[in-house]
Write a protein that binds this ligand. Sequence first.
Ligand SMILES: [Cu+2]
Length: 461
Amino acid sequence: MVSRRQFIGAGAALAGAAAWSRTSAMSLPEAPVMEDATTQPPLMPSAGPEYNPVVTLNGWSLPFRMNNGVKEFHLVAEPVERQMGEGMTAYLWGYNGQSPGPTIECVEGDRVRIFVSNKLPEHTTVHWHGMLLPCGMDGVTGLTQPPIPPGKTFVYEFDMKKSGTFMYHPHGDEMVQMAMGMMGFFVVHPKDPTFMPVDRDFVFLLSAYDIDPGTYIPRVMEMTDFNLWAINSRVFPDVAPLVVRKDDRVRVRVGNLTMTNHPIHMHGYDFEVTCTDGGWVRPEARWPEVTIDIPVGAMRAYEFDAVYEGDWALHCHKSHHTMNAMGHEIPTFIGADKTAVTRKLKQVQPEYMPMGTKGMADMAEMSMPIPDNTIPMMTGWGQFGSLEMGGMFTVVKVREGIEPGNYDDPGDYQHPPGTVAYEWTGSLPEAAAAPASSEQGSALPATPVRDVTPTGGHSGH
Ligand SMILES: [Cu+2]
């Protein structure tokens, strides 16, 4: 617990000559805690200007209180237990019971006072990524403030100069603290509620961990070879779907605090980037995309009109990032005959299964024995079988008639008859024979081949 005396001391030290700081006359706001990893419903504003709150996938927004016109929040940096997926819990560091920390929402023009209490075993600070603020509120250990020692509380206070999509994270022992999961979203809504309104506004942060199967704590020294690629510290199939009502205008805000870029691809739609952590993108500066690269330390928001019903995949396009805990040192066995070696290995290890000789899809369907506290590499079941996915993968579920404010999983998409890929059961045509090389000179036109028919042979002659 932080005593009132400690709190006043920290406030006074930070406030210095700033006459506007009245923190010493107040009590510390409550610090709500969330331990549930399910997506919480949007937090409607309890005071101040109206706004349309965001929905944090597998997360929540931090409640605030008003104090003489200032919005007050209380963040607590602390060790947390995060269920990354069913059967796997990680011991991370985060804020208010969760990693990532709660989303902070406010409105352009608000004055915000954020109390940060440090319950970590080492010092920390909070940097408000993308915000325009007084330099001394920027949260860089040593450069703009002393570190917040364990057990102490510091106060940050500044005006929301512009609306947009931002984040917060430590700027003290940053490598360790971000590898341990310390990060959160910060959304500033426009003062004018008619500015670029959307019906549904989703946010999530990309994070990556290296946690050996059967263990709980990330290896913080890992630089590139992570084994858990996560959306809000969850991995598929336990990342919440983005539930959308047909014809809604939808915004998806993504931030990347991993060690590499993530090309985020959404199926079924084209869309435009409308906001970065630098601000809103002018309409004449946008272009259509179906994949947007999220650079390290950046945020992108994209928007679309949800006119196409379905279960649409949304995932990182680096295929290793849609896998869960796996070793990367395994040789390729495609085409290898393991029959003889399997017979021998089964004599000493009867459960041995040969894998990878035809690819690795069989991994998803086998239930191999795995250690406690880990997640299969490729998993997740849909109405047509295994998805053979993991990591940074989720589903955008667009349905008719979903109530506004309802984000419950509507289940599998019911495809209209005749709209699902199907097996051809008729006779198969003979494969087109390649012309013998000696004939090619006369058979092929001099210009590049344009008129090859699909049933074989060349036209003409
Ligand atoms: Cu990725």
